[in-house]
Unconditional design. Structure first.
Length: 291
């Protein structure tokens, strides 16, 4: 009994939580780190690597995580390596870490758009590398993210719980049946947060132009958006279209606005825009292969 009591609290924590190394110190890496720490994931188990001293030092100081300039050094520590860099940097990073002596014992999770698992294995020059893909959106920062996950069957069988323990802490996860669905999640969620911000910004500006006071116009739009989400969640068995009809009176103000949306082909604009995101995700893979 005395021997067990001699373990420090930190040592016990290290046994429970996997060490995670983030390669990259941009917005998605920082958002995930904030979300994990806010969910009580210990900072002692999180590491960040980046050649950008300013950004990695800022993350390190702000969230009390260790940082490394060299990706190889930080990757050697992490049991899980998160590739949180832009797609065109993936080949460079893989070249830097491919000679890790124990790389086949590490789980590598890529959050880069467009770069498939086979490509990452090619860049690592290692067909046995354990690789999964995750596509989070920025609300992981406040633990309200959407995360699309994909791993081949053998990897998922072994590491599914580990992956879920990480991403369940920062949002709602969705296991995808095919890797190509990552591109669809990008369109419907990862990029889509910006669509809502665009809509809210347009509504806020218009509200002010038609006479709503600037001192509370933002709050009016935010609360309206929040209320719509909560209402849709409460009546989860009812379609979005039916909910829309429930608040639309014949020849009323809502109908007038919706008719204008219809006249200006709002649904088609949304469709074209989301398909553009999918197309670009596919193009990124081709662009990187040309490098």
């Amino acid at each position: 009994m005395k021997i067990k009591n001699n373990f420090s609290k930190k040592e016990n924590i290290m046994k429970i939580f996997k060490k995670i190394t983030f390669i990259g110190s941009g917005k998605i890496a920082e958002s995930m780190i904030i979300g994990l720490i806010n969910s009580k994931y210990p900072s002692d188990c999180i590491f960040v690597c980046s050649p950008d001293e300013k950004s990695r030092s800022a993350i390190s100081e702000r969230y009390l995580v260790k940082n490394f300039k060299e990706n190889l050094i930080g990757s050697n520590i992490g049991e899980i390596i998160v590739l949180a860099v832009k797609p065109n940097i993936i080949p460079i990073v893989c070249e830097e870490i491919k000679n890790l002596t124990n790389i086949e014992n590490k789980l590598i999770i890529s959050v880069a758009a467009g770069i498939n698992i086979n490509s990452i294995k090619k860049y690592l020059n290692n067909k046995k590398a354990l690789i999964a893909r995750a596509m989070p959106n920025t609300p992981v920062l406040v633990r309200e993210g959407v995360i699309g996950l994909y791993a081949k069957k053998d990897i998922r069988t072994i590491h599914e719980k580990t992956i879920e323990q990480i991403f369940n802490r920062i949002g709602k996860i969705f296991w995808l049946s095919q890797e190509k669905e990552i591109n669809y999640i990008i369109s419907a969620s990862s990029s889509a947060t910006a669509y809502f911000f665009l809509m809210m910004d347009a509504m806020k500006n218009t509200a002010e132009n038609i006479g709503i006071n600037k001192s509370y116009s933002r709050e009016v739009i935010l609360q309206t958006a929040k209320g719509a989400i909560v209402l849709a969640e409460h009546f989860s068995e009812i379609s979005f279209n039916t909910l829309k009809k429930h608040i639309t009176s014949k020849k009323g103000t809502t109908e007038a606005a919706l008719n204008s949306f219809k006249k200006n082909n709002f649904r088609k604009i949304v469709e074209i825009s989301m398909k553009a995101a999918v197309s670009r995700a596919k193009e990124i893979s081709i662009d990187v292969d040309k490098v």
